[in-house]
Design a protein around this ligand. Structure first.
Ligand code: IPD
Ligand code: CA
Ligand code: CA
Ligand code: CA
Length: 274
């Protein structure tokens, strides 16, 4: 990053882009008939996903032509996450596309900025309720400008958890085993439909626990927001030694600190890892 651009400036820029993209996707849903396509099996993509992706990545490229970009719709090359020499932007133009297409409000634009594989800034903007979560590393996390904190949950039995399920239905069995174990040992489940919002909701105490297997664009920004809100973020499975943990999407577990270890044990044993 050039000496004149601070991480705060980077976060401000990401927030401006997320808000403008949020306005675009809100307008497209309200004013137009969505043009919807299938990516594969049950995964949808709308014309607004692609428009928002092109808007955000175009603006990043214009301001920071030397930086790399990983984005779900136009630049999904995951090998970018392993190249550490130049800064990386990680973009999900619409997290919660199925919600978006069905007219549900839980939809977010997610933008993260990483240096040497470590996320330094993250913004998750939900345009329908008008909520913007943001964090700059080391400076705490906010929701619409007000500091946020995790719930402080102390035991799984009194915890509300969220998770999600992949669009590809080839290997659901381990996920069903985890779900079975968690439902038996926690208060209840919410399936919000946006991984970024699941994690931001752990950050602000609307949920106590989140776990899933997702892609970097789904969680990179929200994970920093959760950490900056004092939640514990890690993995219940192994992260390859040479891969940046901030961008590793398998077996993610983010929760209020006191329940993290007990839930990790539940998920490891349900997964057959121990
Ligand atoms: C999806 C959402 C969902 C999660 C899926 C993701 P998309 O992202 O975050 O909650 O369960 O794994 O792919 O496709 O709506 O951007
Ligand atoms: Ca997503
Ligand atoms: Ca998406
Ligand atoms: Ca998608």
């Amino acid at each position: 990053m050039s000496a004149s651009v601070s991480l705060r400036d980077i976060t401000d820029f990401a927030e401006t882009l997320a808000r403008e993209a949020g306005e675009l996707i809100r307008r497209e849903r309200e004013d137009n008939t969505l043009r919807t396509d299938y990516k594969h099996q049950t995964e949808l993509v709308t014309h607004a996903d692609v428009m928002a992706d092109e808007f955000i990545t175009g603006a990043i490229r214009k301001r920071f032509p030397d930086h790399r970009i990983l984005s779900e719709e136009t630049m999904p090359d995951l090998s970018q996450a392993e190249e550490l020499d130049t800064p990386l932007w990680i973009v999900d133009p619409i997290d919660g596309t199925v919600n978006y297409a069905y007219g549900h409000p839980q939809v977010a634009v997610s933008i993260a900025y990483a240096e040497r594989g470590e996320v330094q800034a993250g913004v998750v903007h939900a345009p329908f309720p008008g909520e913007t979560f943001r964090a700059t590393k080391g400076e705490g996390a906010t929701l619409n400008g007000k500091p946020i904190k995790h719930s402080g949950a102390t035991e799984p039995r009194q915890s509300l958890f969220a998770t999600g399920f992949p669009y590809t239905k080839d290997n659901l069995e381990p996920l069903v085993r985890r779900l079975d174990a968690m439902i038996h040992q926690c208060r209840d489940l919410r399936r919000i439909g946006s991984a970024a919002l699941d994690i931001c909701w752990v950050a602000c105490g609307r949920l106590d626990i989140y776990y899933e297997n997702v892609s970097p664009w789904d969680f990179a920004a929200a994970r920093l927001i959760a950490k900056e809100a004092g939640a514990t973020a890690g993995h219940f499975g192994d992260v390859p030694a040479d891969y940046p943990a901030d961008l590793w999407g398998r077996d993610i577990l983010i929760s209020a600190p006191a329940v993290w270890e007990p839930v990790r044990s539940i998920l490891r044993s349900a997964s057959g890892y121990d």
